[in-house]
Design a protein around this ligand. Structure first.
Ligand SMILES: C[S@@+](CC[C@H](N)C(=O)[O-])C[C@H]1O[C@@H](n2cnc3c(N)ncnc32)[C@H](O)[C@@H]1O
Length: 193
């Protein structure tokens, strides 16, 4: 059982109510995230997956999430996907994947765990697209509520530094002051353990 127990039946409505810019974030990630063999971190009910698969029909999808209840919902929409109850802190599914993508899940990890995850992603893919809640540059511009218990966002510069340390070249852009998209590529090939 996951501690992140959203009600899957009202998940989208909850996100649309709590996250101004939710659709814009999903659209920006979908526009950047192309791949035919994809690993998603934090699939939830499948909101991100259905948007990306609409642009890349037939792509092979592997998704992990800590919540069986959320994945049960996703399975109804993503009948061909390999969806596993698994934490982001666990060893990632075996690659290689031509894309790793994640939306609004990585910010639940603290800084060291994000940094470790970014390093482990390089062992399974050389292309990572992350759309997530970030700490706004100016606190007064932030509109999304952060509880600092389950929500542990980092700044954009911190995450760029951890991605670069892992060997990625990174382009980051803000969807809103507290939502950002990171497009991270490695040109040196997959890292070995
Ligand atoms: C806000 S939802 C986002 C789902 C989907 N990507 C979207 O954009 O709608 C966050 C998801 O991440 C999952 N999650 C949070 N922390 C996690 C962790 N440490 N390991 C695995 N899944 C986690 C939650 O169970 C939840 O389904």
């Amino acid at each position: 059982m996951s501690e992140f127990e959203w009600d899957p039946d009202i998940f989208l409505a909850t996100m649309l109510g709590e996250i101004p810019g939710y659709e814009e974030l999903q659209d920006a990630v979908a526009a950047a995230a192309q791949g035919w063999n994809v690993l998603e971190l934090g699939t939830g009910t499948g909101e991100t997956a259905v948007r990306i698969l609409a642009r890349s029909p037939g792509a092979r999808w592997t998704g992990i999430d800590a919540s069986e209840a959320m994945l049960e919902h996703a399975r109804e929409r993503l009948s061909d996907a390999d969806l596993r109850v698994q934490r982001l802190e666990d060893p990632l599914p075996e690659g290689p994947f031509d894309l790793v993508v994640s939306v609004l899940a990585v910010h639940h990890l603290d800084g060291p765990a994000k940094r470790d995850l970014f390093r482990r992603i390089t062992e399974v893919s050389d292309f990572f697209v992350l759309g997530d809640l970030v700490v706004a540059e100016r606190a007064e511009d932030a509109a999304i509520e952060i509880d600092w218990v389950m929500d542990l966002p980092s700044t954009v510069p911190e995450q760029i530094a951890w991605l670069e340390e892992a060997g990625f070249e990174v382009e980051a852009s803000y969807v809103r002051p507290d939502l950002a998209v990171f497009v991270a590529r490695r040109t040196s090939g997959l890292a070995t353990t």
